[in-house]
Structure formats: C-alpha cells, structure tokens
Design a protein around this ligand. Structure first.
Ligand SMILES: NC(=O)C1=CN([C@@H]2O[C@H](COP(=O)(O)OP(=O)(O)OC[C@H]3O[C@@H](n4cnc5c(N)ncnc54)[C@H](OP(=O)(O)O)[C@@H]3O)[C@@H](O)[C@H]2O)C=CC1
Ligand SMILES: CC(=O)[C@H](N)C(=O)O
Length: 260
C-alpha cells in the first residue's frame, strides 16, 4: 500500500500537537510520533518535564517543541496552536491526551474534583479541538485523536470513577458526532480506549484513595500485568499513519486478563 512518506518515517513532514505530554501516555506518544518523523509540539503545565523529553527526542534526531499550556485555559490553548503553527507549520495531528481522574465516591462530595475532571477531560478537549478544527477543515486534512478510556466504552463494575467515566462518555459521544461532521472535509477523529496503563497518574490515583469502598476494589499494584504507555502510543501511531481514505475510529486496548 502506498504511503505518503518514507516507510521508516511515515509521519515525515507532519506536525503533531500532543497534550499531557509531560508524563505517562502523552510522553510515550510524543516520543513515538517524533521517531516516526513528525514534528511534535508537546503541551502540559510542567515545562521542566517537557524540556527533558524534548531533549531526549532531539538526541534521537527528532524535532520536538515544549510548550507550557493549561488546556483548561482557552487563551493558552490558542497560543499553543499559534506558536506551533508559526514554528513548525500547520497542525496535521492533534492528540487530546491530557486528562485527570480521582477515585472518590460521589456521596463524599468532592465537588471541586468533579469540576476539575470536567474542566480538563471535557472543556480541555473542546478548547484544543476549537483551536485546530477550522484550519484542518480549510486545508482538507487533519486527524484528531481523543484519549478516551475503557471507561468511556462501557460502565465497568467499579466505584469511585463516576465523574471520570461520564467525562470519557462525553469524549466518545462528541467524537462520534464530530466524525460525521468533518469526514467530508478530509478530517478523521479517532478514540483510543485504554484499559489500565502503568503511568505516574495511574499510580498516584490508586495510592491516594480515601474511600474504604474504593480501596476494597482497587489494589495497587494490580493483580495482573497491566499495559505500558508505549502500547497506547503504538495504537495512536497505527491510527495516524493510515492512508488518507482509511479511518481508524476506535481502538480498545486492555490487559489480556482484564477484558471488559
Ligand atoms: N493510565 C491509565 O490507566 C489510563 C489513562 N487514560 C487516559 O490517558 C490520559 C493520560 O493519562 P496518564 O498518562 O495515565 O496520566 P499522567 O497523570 O501520567 O499524565 C497526565 C498528563 O496530563 C497532563 N495534564 C493534566 N492536567 C492538565 C492540564 N490542565 N493542562 C495540560 N495538561 C494537563 C499532565 O501534565 P501536567 O501536570 O504537567 O500539566 C500529564 O502530562 C488521560 O486522558 C487518561 O484519562 C485512559 C485509560 C487508562
Ligand atoms: C484511568 C482509566 O481510565 C483506566 N481505564 C482505569 O480503568 O482505571
């Protein structure tokens, strides 16, 4: 099958923006897209961590740009895209990876944390889409990859992640409708649905649980092998390196021992 770039650098000439790139899955995605030839703008709040990853990518011969950005702040997101486009060129790929979750039962009323999850996982995703979608449609090409979750695919028998699950259900529903809207404009929309992935976020949330009901359900480390961030990055790479007429719309990736 003809690819648009050299096979070993299938993303050569492409510009990607990855949010939540300072840690975990986003850092792995940034490394893999850069290794595939993309010029990658890496966005997050912890600029020091971004610069460390940028240096790693540069040493490997890749091109990465570290951009401090809080996806909850629409003005910062617009500046992220403007800076990226003036430095690297028009954005071809947006990976909405930034996301948070806390494992708390709603009856305990951690309402500020409810709002934070909505602000990052929903409003943050919308801020980023809002900054790129018009340009992608005008150029008749683009790819939006939204980091959903197995928890966006179905309600698994867990407690403590009701608001998080709702935020990922939003991502799924919005993505499916957006996909219909822009498919004739040459724009693709992919949802990635990971199961449990060993990242700093995953460890942090499991080790800061307070509710006994949650603690009884979640143990850490997990009693089976969970996924590495690089596995999810490979799923993203697969989706964004398909020929323009091919749409990989959903990829569900789970630990073998913990299927939905
Ligand atoms: N780990 C898992 O088991 C699973 C994770 N996911 C999803 O994968 C994504 C990444 O999670 P994971 O890598 O595990 O988590 P990490 O906590 O390791 O990384 C989260 C990333 O999001 C960034 N982030 C958080 N809030 C903001 C913000 N307001 N603005 C910009 N960036 C922000 C953080 O950067 P900084 O703090 O520097 O801003 C960090 O880079 C999330 O969307 C999560 O829902 C889905 C399924 C499974
Ligand atoms: C954080 C996640 O989305 C993960 N799928 C989980 O089930 O904990």
């Amino acid at each position: 099958m003809q690819t648009s770039a050299r096979d070993d650098k299938p993303l050569s000439g492409k510009v990607a923006v990855v949010t939540g790139a300072s840690s975990g899955i986003g850092a792995a995605i940034s490394r893999q897209l850069a290794a595939a030839g993309a010029k990658v703008a890496m966005a997050a709040r912890r600029e020091n961590l971004l610069k460390e990853i940028q240096d790693e990518i540069s040493k490997e011969g890749g091109v990465a740009l570290a951009v401090k950005c809080d996806v909850m702040n629409r003005a910062e997101v617009k500046e992220l895209i403007q800076h990226t486009e003036s430095t690297l060129g028009p954005v071809d790929i947006l990976v909405n990876n930034a996301g948070i979750w806390v494992i708390r039962c709603m009856k305990n009323l951690h309402e500020e944390e409810w709002n934070q999850q909505v602000d990052v996982n929903i409003k943050g995703v919308l801020n980023c889409i809002g900054a790129v979608i018009s340009g992608m449609c005008e150029r008749k090409r683009g790819h939006i990859v939204n980091m959903s979750s197995q928890n966006g695919k179905t309600v698994i028998p867990l407690v403590g992640i009701a608001v998080y699950t709702g935020s990922k259900f939003f991502v799924e529903g919005m993505s499916r409708t957006l996909r219909q809207e822009v498919c004739k404009d040459g724009v693709r929309v992919t949802c990635i649905q990971p199961g449990e992935v060993e990242t700093p976020g995953f460890a942090r949330y499991l080790m800061t649980m307070e509710d006994e009901q949650c603690k009884q359900l979640y143990t850490y480390p997990r009693p089976y092998q969970i996924l590495e961030p690089e596995v999810i990055a490979q799923a993203v790479l697969y989706a964004v390196t398909q020929p323009e007429h091919v749409a990989v719309n959903e990829i569900l990736v789970q630990p073998r021992e913990a299927p939905l």
